[in-house]
Design a protein around this ligand. Structure first.
Ligand code: FEO
Ligand code: CA
Ligand code: CA
Ligand code: CA
Length: 695
């Protein structure tokens, strides 16, 4: 999340290591492959059946990647509405508070709806999402007319609550840790987090929800969730609520999202720190327990974000809110005598089967615990292990990779959470090291790695993955946000949104910019290609794009213009054709333009050159952008972040989310309160997005 609205900007910065800014191991630079023009997914994969992607002959429309971008670029914009490229329509659906079943009163602009009612309404701050085709039998990755939309609700804005409540603070509270909030408001926030699953169907102008569909369901921060994988039942996740360590009390801070190769939803837990508090602790500052909590941002006598303070209501049920207080209490004999370990049950890739509304969400602990942005897989090949990539979004955090033990079988498509048990519970976790010379390597986070001799078990390594990654010398990145894998080249793209703390003397080749004492203000997109096979230990990388205002010459290394300049790239999505969609969550360029969505046609690693940034760091950059390969497609309303992106299999509808809009955008959704919502973008002539006109 970026600074916005009423919440303070709380971007975690808990990495005290001096890890690698200089992984100065000099490896002879390999000559990069030169990319070719006009690449298509089919050219690389032929008729290989990609589980998530339809092919032209299956959906009856042309799904070739466009050879160049031809729509008229959307200009910079700072108003309260949204702008989309000419010939397209943008329709708002599912604003925050929308009831998803009958029997729940409509959203009220005075925000007086009961907190518990959010178990049956769209939550707040829509973020990552995925469209799952639905036919009469269930999951159908080729079906577009009808589908299930699974959607994250990242966090809550104070304007979710009645206005008189959020302006009050307890005058008796001397320390922030002691502030008091109302049970009704905290319940509203607990249930406005999480995930919504709603059935949607195509209309003449876009899509609409099927209210009361048996698939419609909310998962919230109060919905019991299973723990699975390496840390399940380990001492680190045994809690007062569940001394067996098999469950978590809910899901929280769902940020980016993705699909699994078998057709379930992979949601994430990012800034879960915000809703926890830690008071005067019995553990000694600097001891193992303190280091573990602090490395995840939870220092003694703090609240992750004091706007939440979920542990504070005194007008709730007995013990209802103390679960959010992770203090190791002086009177506790065992860790399970208080709620300290609840904190360790958050921070996971979490799997939901949208087609099985009676099932529980499952936290896949083997993929490591950190501030997960999203999780992207490489198009699977029959008989090969699966590979997933993930970013940890906080300043100076790392990029990770998970390789399943199990080998892929197409039989598992539609296999639900059982397939998840097979592929996500056993495997190897790695963290990325980016060398100066354009190569990189994956270092294993397991007991197999002698550098991790201090860790007692693989469970400890997974639950405290950041501490393990510190030990093996991972490279500190400029806030890794979304990851997406090109279906054409299998290269992996990661947005590094910005990093205000990147000092000039701390730049490295993979994070080579720092300006005006403000660090890497505008961010960049890095990409890498595995060189020892997808499951192997080595890769090469370059920087696909440097974000910058077009008129800041020193920073504008990718030669952006007013038609395609951007700042703080965040959401990232390769559509089935290999078009790359880039979204922004920006606070550094909003004087000139609101956040946006751009379309891009990247080539491949090595299509650019080496250069030296103005702070004297040599790096490896991709080809500069041109209007044919990068263009602004959409600009959102003032104050918003444009995030979350998915497309129907026929590429005729693109769904994006408008998060925390301000100004008069509320009127668009009905009422005065500006509300987050989903925008469905379709072509007015009914054609394929970015396809040739049917006229
Ligand atoms: Fe929730 Fe890193 O964005
Ligand atoms: Ca962001
Ligand atoms: Ca956000
Ligand atoms: Ca994000």
């Amino acid at each position: 999340m970026q600074s916005h609205g009423h919440h303070e900007e709380v971007i975690e910065d808990s990495n005290p290591t001096d890890n690698s800014e200089f992984n100065a191991l000099l490896v002879k630079r390999r000559s990069f492959l030169k990319g070719g023009a006009g690449l298509t997914a089919a050219a690389f994969f032929g008729s290989f059946p990609l589980s998530s992607f339809a092919r032209t002959e299956e959906v009856g429309v042309n799904l070739a990647r466009p050879t160049s971008l031809k729509f008229s670029a959307v200009p910079h914009y700072t108003g309260d509405d949204m702008l989309v490229a000419e010939g397209y329509r943008a329709e708002l659906i599912l604003p925050m508070g929308t009831p998803i079943v009958d029997g729940v009163e409509d959203w009220r602009d005075d925000r007086m709806v009961l907190g518990e009612s959010f178990k049956y309404r769209m939550g707040d701050n829509h973020d990552g999402m995925w469209f799952f085709g639905l036919n009469n039998h269930g999951y159908d990755p080729k079906h577009s007319e009808r589908g299930l939309l699974a959607m994250n609700h990242e966090y809550t804005n104070p304007n979710l609550n009645p206005i008189e409540n959020y302006t009050k603070d307890d005058p008796l509270a001397e320390k922030i840790y002691q502030k008091r909030r109302l049970a009704s408001d905290v319940r509203r926030e607990i249930h406005a987090h999480g995930v919504s699953v709603v059935e949607v169907k195509r209309t003449p102008t876009g899509y609409e929800m099927v209210k009361n569909s048996p698939f419609n369901k909310r998962y919230t921060s109060g919905t019991p969730t299973k723990l699975s994988g390496v840390a399940k039942g380990s001492e680190f996740v045994k809690t007062k609520i569940d001394p067996q360590g098999l469950t978590s009390i809910g899901i929280n801070n769902q940020c980016g999202a993705g699909l699994s190769p078998w057709g379930t939803y992979l949601t994430t837990e990012e800034n879960f720190l915000n809703v926890f508090a830690r008071g005067a602790d019995k553990t000694v500052i600097g001891d193992k327990n303190d280091k573990r909590a602090s490395r995840y941002g939870l220092k003694e006598n703090t609240i992750g974000d004091d706007a939440y303070a979920w542990h504070t209501p005194t007008d709730g049920e007995a013990h209802e809110f103390e679960v959010w207080d992770a203090t190791a209490k002086a009177e506790s004999v065992l860790a399970t005598d208080d709620h300290r370990n609840n904190f360790n049950t958050f921070g996971y890739i979490t799997e939901i089967d949208p087609f099985a509304p009676k099932s529980q969400a499952v936290k896949r602990t083997s993929l490591g615990r950190f501030a997960h942005e999203n999780c992207a897989f490489v198009p699977p090949k029959q008989g090969e292990q699966l590979v997933f990539y993930m970013g940890d979004d906080a300043r100076g955090e790392y990029i990770y990779k998970f390789v399943s033990d199990a080998k892929w079988s197409n039989i598992d498509i539609g296999g639900g959470l059982k397939a998840g048990d097979k592929y996500l519970d056993k495997g190897a976790l790695y963290v990325a090291v980016f060398h100066e010379d354009g190569t990189g390597e994956w270092r294993e986070l397991s007991k197999e790695n002698p550098a991790l001799a201090d860790f007692t078990s693989d469970a400890e390594i997974a639950v405290f993955a950041r501490l393990a990654a510190d030990k093996v010398g991972a490279t500190k990145m400029d806030r890794p946000e979304w990851v997406s894998v090109s279906p054409i080249t299998r290269e992996v793209y990661v947005t590094l949104t910005n990093n205000s703390r990147r000092k000039e003397e701390e730049v490295n080749a993979a994070n080579p910019r720092s300006y005006d004492g403000k660090g890497n203000q505008h961010g960049h997109i890095i990409r890498f290609a595995e060189t020892d096979g997808q499951t192997g230990g080595r890769f090469r990388w370059d920087i696909y794009l440097f974000a910058s205002p077009f008129d800041k010459a020193e920073q504008n290394l990718s030669k952006l213009t007013a038609d395609n300049d951007l700042s703080s790239p965040d959401g990232l999505f390769f559509d089935p054709r290999g078009v790359l969609w880039i979204q922004t969550d920006d606070g550094a360029y909003t004087s000139r333009t609101n956040c946006m969505l751009l379309a891009a046609l990247p080539n491949k690693i090595g299509d650019g050159r080496s250069l030296t940034t103005s702070v004297g760091k040599e790096t490896h950059m991709g080809a500069v952008a041109t209007p044919d390969t990068l263009r602004r497609f959409f600009v959102g309303p003032q104050g918003c972040e444009v995030t979350g992106i998915t497309m129907t299999p026929d590429c005729k509808a693109l769904f994006i989310n408008i998060q925390h809009p301000e100004g008069r955008f509320g009127a668009v959704a009905g009422g005065q309160t500006p509300r987050s919502g989903t925008v469905v973008i379709t072509k007015k002539d009914g054609g394929v997005i970015l396809g040739e006109s049917l006229m």
